[in-house]
Design a protein around this ligand. Sequence first.
Ligand code: 5GP
Ligand code: ZN
Length: 112
Amino acid sequence: MADDCLFCKIVAREIAATMVYEDEDTIAFADLNPQAPVHILVVPKRHIPDIVALGADPETSAALVRGIRAVAEEQGLSDFRTVFNTGAGAGQSVFHVHAHVLSGRPMSWPPG
Ligand code: 5GP
Ligand code: ZN
């Protein structure tokens, strides 16, 4: 657990969140500021700052993809968008890697 990391605190249940999924390596919870009718954050329990660092950890990478798959399956999502913001310039505001899983409305392309 990293000091002062919001998502580590959610993993540790020190900050409340609406949990939608948990397994040994990942948790998923509702985004506080949803951008779609379904907006779930899938997070490894291990503190890893971003997808670049995640790529150096094959086991956690696979675990996170399994978590995304499980969330989609459990929520009955056939069409959904998965986003990893990386770096403040791309919109990352929490530096504990997380997949945004967005669904329930049409998704335009290119993204904003
Ligand atoms: P990022 O901007 O890093 O890609 O995504 C961070 C996400 O975390 C944002 O979509 C934001 O709404 C969400 N978020 C920020 N603080 C909290 C919180 O305390 N609880 C939950 N559930 N989501 C949060
Ligand atoms: Zn963390």
